[in-house]
Design a protein. Structure first.
Length: 282
């Protein structure tokens, strides 16, 4: 990819690009307002959040946006995942995300008796269930009871950006449109998001980040094609490992503890030497 092609790719980047989405959610009340648009029934007043460090991005799995991890005024925890391809093993991936939220809470010193309600919000480009609904809500249930009688406190919201059925807020529809490059000029929130996207792309420092990111994507495609390997399961595991390391570091876990946790989940896929190298590089 030459310089001209790289500049063109950066100019055409939108809110679905990993580093742009993360940075835009850091600005002002964007994260809170997106949560309100997604789940107005929760009456969210404030939302404090943390995103993955921008310079730590590693696009090992194209199409997956790093976590937006937020806590609202009632202590509820939200993990927002924006995905531009419908991944394989979606249900298993949900389990992984929920487990990561719980691990993060435990590493902050939370007792299991006091675990807050956690929400996993997956924003998907197409319908994973084939019913054309905008939104699917899932929670733990017990036969003969409604809702969550055991108060397990894990709730899943699946959003289908291509949906045609059900009710969503006009603001969320505006966000779906923005994902497809259509800007709703009647919605101040959508206008602000797009304005922040343009600020990102015209800021020299941010623009360089995006160029570096695009070059890494291109390098990975080249290496994969040269080796005859499609970006897939191995890169998915590598991406998951690197995200886990970054999350553990946010909660001051030392390298020995991180290695132990990684070995439990990935010891059959990678050697101890490889896992140590991941830790060293991240």
């Amino acid at each position: 990819m030459n310089r001209k092609e790289l500049e063109k790719r950066v100019d055409e980047a939108d809110i679905t690009a990993d580093p742009i989405f993360s940075w835009v959610m850091e600005q002002g009340n964007n994260c809170r307002d997106l949560l309100r648009a997604i789940a107005p029934e929760l009456h969210i007043q404030t939302a404090s959040f943390e995103t993955q460090k921008r310079l730590k991005f590693h696009p090992a799995m194209h199409g997956i946006i790093p976590d937006i991890y937020a806590t609202d005024n009632k202590g509820r925890v939200f993990d927002i995942e924006l995905q531009m391809t419908l991944p394989d093993f979606l249900g298993k991936r949900m389990r992984y995300y929920f487990s990561m939220m719980d691990q993060s809470l435990f590493m902050q010193g939370e007792n299991y008796r006091n675990l807050p309600t956690t929400y996993l919000i997956l924003i998907l480009p197409t319908d994973p269930l084939g019913l054309n609904q905008y939104r699917y809500d899932t929670t733990w249930s017990t036969k003969g009871f409604k809702h969550d009688p055991l108060n397990i406190g894990q709730k899943l919201i699946l959003l289908n950006a291509s949906g045609t059925k059900g009710k969503i807020t006009p603001r969320l529809q505006g966000f779906f449109d923005l994902m497809r490059g259509k800007i709703n000029t009647n919605d101040s929130f959508v206008q602000k998001l797009q304005s922040d996207v343009e600020k990102y792309k015209t800021n020299p420092e941010r623009r360089k980040e995006l160029m570096d990111y695009q070059m890494k994507l291109d390098d990975m495609r080249y290496v994969g094609e040269k080796a005859g390997i499609k970006t897939g399961k191995e890169e998915e595991r590598i991406n998951a490992i690197k995200k886990m390391i970054r999350r553990y570091r946010q909660f001051n876990a030392d390298d020995k503890k991180i290695l132990s946790l990684l070995t439990q989940d990935y010891g059959n896929d990678f050697s101890q030497k490889e896992l140590r190298q991941f830790i060293k590089n991240n």
